[in-house]
Design a protein around this ligand. Sequence first.
Ligand SMILES: NC(=O)c1ccc[n+]([C@@H]2O[C@H](COP(=O)([O-])OP(=O)(O)OC[C@H]3O[C@@H](n4cnc5c(N)ncnc54)[C@H](OP(=O)(O)O)[C@@H]3O)[C@@H](O)[C@H]2O)c1
Length: 359
Amino acid sequence: MSENALVYDSKNMPFRRLGPSGLRVPLFSLGGWLTIGETVIGDPVKEIIKVAFENGINMFDTAEGYAKGKSEEEMGRVIKELGLKRSDLIISTKLFWGTGSSPNDMGLSRKHIIEGTQDSLKRLQMDYVDIIFAHRPDPSVPIEETVRAFNYVIEKGWAFYWATSEWTARDIEEAYHVAEKLNLIPPIAEQCQHNMFHRERPEGEYAPIYAKYGVGTTVFSALAAGLLTGKYNGGNIPPDSRFDQHKDVFKSTIKSFNEDEGRKKFDKLDKLIEFADKELNCKVGHLALAWVAKMPNTSTVILGASRPEQVVDNLKALEVIPKLTPAVMESIDAILENAPTPASTYGRPSLDTTFKSFY
Ligand SMILES: NC(=O)c1ccc[n+]([C@@H]2O[C@H](COP(=O)([O-])OP(=O)(O)OC[C@H]3O[C@@H](n4cnc5c(N)ncnc54)[C@H](OP(=O)(O)O)[C@@H]3O)[C@@H](O)[C@H]2O)c1
């Protein structure tokens, strides 16, 4: 470690266990999708990571598929240049889309999981990641092969835990079933989209998974890619914003701005802006982040930022969390009108929130 290396100080960052595991993750972490290695390259990456670290964020999320591996490269380079102590950090990466184009360069086969992990570690310039995610389910591969391969990666010390991302509850059930039957390590978390406009899967479909296995979420797009800051209200797309720079990725969202669906969202956002201002004395973006952080199964909310100032601004959400009383949460539900119907209890009196730990 160099003499000028930054020393980690958690500041006022709360930590939660990642699902049923012993790993403690910061309530807010930082990811690199569409930013690090893509729209943000070189010194600005260092500024973002440095500011995050100085404000208590010690968990960073990337993926082999982000900017075709460039996101991992940039994150690894900057962490090395800043001289951050590896044991202070929690690094997660994700496998599925790969960086190449041959048939085995992607997916969740044993071959790609093992080769993909090794390639990610090379790009990150690290000996291990803390968590390796299956970025999507791969229905073309036997689930036993996938669970065994992640088990192998952990046994080798290349990752400490494995987890899923945007798997269905049924897919996660299959993984647990195989892990239990074969005495293998199950996934501990699900990296899912969860925000005020996207609730059905994280709050409805996953409810039995939380109750049975204690799976935690590492939430992404908590600001709905920036929509929940209110900056797109009225269909206005500011220059250099995400929707301006990635028109293809967000084609259907941008199209919806002039349709019923988009207009309804903007109406709700106007109400939320007023509610945040009058009742909670905060900005709607801070409310949106605090609201996700408040959810009982959220382990960490992965922030996205194109500039360091956004990281600092978003962390103001920490001050809003204590203001989210049950009455406030009910008022928000009344504005959103999208609370999912409670999950089936399968004849049990209620969902048992105590789960059996595999560890
Ligand atoms: N597992 C998966 O499939 C998956 C999918 C998506 C994301 N993720 C992970 O989750 C992370 C976060 O997702 P996300 O980037 O979609 O999160 P997000 O918080 O919904 O969107 C982040 C974007 O919103 C804008 N923004 C953020 N803070 C702002 C502020 N204070 N004021 C105004 N604009 C602000 C910035 O874009 P502009 O400044 O460019 O407008 C920023 O890049 C990703 O980096 C990635 O690590 C995972």
